[in-house]
Design a protein around this ligand. Structure first.
Ligand code: IPM
Ligand code: MG
Length: 377
């Protein structure tokens, strides 16, 4: 029998991280009771909190804890104004987040974007353009491309000139493995949602970049293994436009690292608020285990940090994704999704999703939203 005990490294980080993490933990505790699970949650510092506690954005002890855990529940890191003079390779974004992605080879980043009907007013698109609503899964390759390619440098080239280089590089196998994740996810969405034909839209810049040409070739080849799934290729600039014009045409969006970073923020805006967007960063399957890092796609939001205003839903939904992908507990995952929907349907709104002309809703803070969701479990 598989164990019902799961070890989680809880890395809340900076800005709104700690306050939204508190609510995710509250919800996990409610799930634990209801589904007879046992979460061993161990907190450790990361980001500026890591620098303050141990002089490193990713302290050795925090990394060691992650290695012993079944999954990482991550908040957010980076405070742009905190110390602009810190060397770039010690900055939390690179030294903690990118390092963890690399260290655990978390190559597959899943960002589900869904607009709940009660929140249609938060979508910047006119009602007619919303079509049947927005329900997109962005799959972003996370350990290749411009973020990690070598050479990467700023160098003096004489005459007072400097030159910056970032390298976009992908191998066949890197493209293959992320393509398989996308096709399998499309297949899974079709089965669980009982939708029409599942579709993968693969994003590239094949008209200009060598990377785009190889990406398109390899994804096409992998797609032949999934005859039940429609494959469409789209240039990234057109995709950015189509997302605004007709988001309902998309099901699964498959992107390389940088394009996925940009398009996932754009897609998130369609769902009203970055505060609603969870993400899962997954590595290769080890036996039955899938190690993953689960984090909201939004940042530290320093402007509202510490005020109890932040929307904890992205953090709570990230914890739900952890239950689904790393712990294989679809019932408790579904229970969290349902509890979030219920809390919203009951009129609970943090400031980012509040509509002042809707009398059936009330504006609440971070803690109250966590309470409402935990109570609905
Ligand atoms: C994201 C973020 C990160 C990224 C930053 C914080 C390094 O924007 O997860 O989308 O660019 O990947
Ligand atoms: Mg981003």
């Amino acid at each position: 029998m598989r164990s019902n005990t799961f070890n989680v490294a809880v890395l809340a980080g900076d800005g709104i991280g700690p306050e939204v993490m508190r609510e995710a933990i509250k919800v996990l505790r409610a799930v634990e009771k209801k589904f007879s699970l046992n979460f061993k949650l161990t907190e450790a510092p990361v980001g500026w909190a890591g620098i303050d506690a141990a002089g490193q954005a990713l302290p050795d002890a925090t990394l060691a804890l992650c290695k012993q855990s079944d999954a990482i529940l991550f908040g957010s890191v980076g405070l742009p104004d905190r110390d602009p003079t810190i060397p770039k390779d010690q900055r939390p974004e690179r030294a903690a987040l990118l390092r963890l992605r690399r260290e655990f080879e978390l190559f597959a980043n899943l960002r589900p974007v869904a607009l709940q009907k009660e929140l249609a007013h938060t979508c910047p698109l006119a009602k007619e353009r919303q079509g049947n609503g927005v329900d997109i899964l962005v799959i972003r390759e996370l350990t290749g491309g411009l973020y990690f390619g070598k050479p990467k440098a700023i160098e003096d080239i004489g005459n007072g000139q400097r030159r910056a280089t970032d390298t976009m590089v992908y191998t066949t196998s890197e493209i293959e493995r992320i393509a398989h994740v996308a096709f399998r996810a499309a297949d899974g969405r079709q089965k669980t949602a009982g939708k029409g034909k599942a579709k993968v839209t693969s994003i590239d810049k094949a008209n200009v970049l060598e990377n785009g040409i190889l990406w398109r070739e390899v994804v096409t080849k992998v797609g032949k293994e999934y005859p039940g799934i429609e494959l469409e290729h789209m240039l990234v600039d057109n995709a950015a436009m189509q997302l605004m014009l007709k988001p309902s045409q998309f099901d699964v969006l498959l992107c390389e690292n940088m394009f996925g970073d940009i398009l996932s923020d754009e897609a998130a805006a369609l769902a009203g608020s970055l505060g609603m967007l969870p993400s899962a960063s997954l590595g290769a399957t080890r036996g039955e285990q899938v190690f993953g890092l689960y984090e909201p796609a939004g940042g530290t939001a320093p402007d509202i940090a510490g005020k109890g205003l932040a929307n904890p839903i992205a953090q709570i939904l990230s914890a739900a994704l952890m239950l689904l992908y790393s712990f294989k507990q679809p019932e408790s995952h579904n229970a969290i999704i349902a509890a979030v929907s219920k809390a919203i349907a009951a009129g609970n709104r943090t400031g980012d999703i509040f509509n002042p002309i809707d009398d059936a809703t009330k504006k609440i803070g971070t803690t109250e939203m966590g309470d409402a969701i935990a109570a609905a479990i």
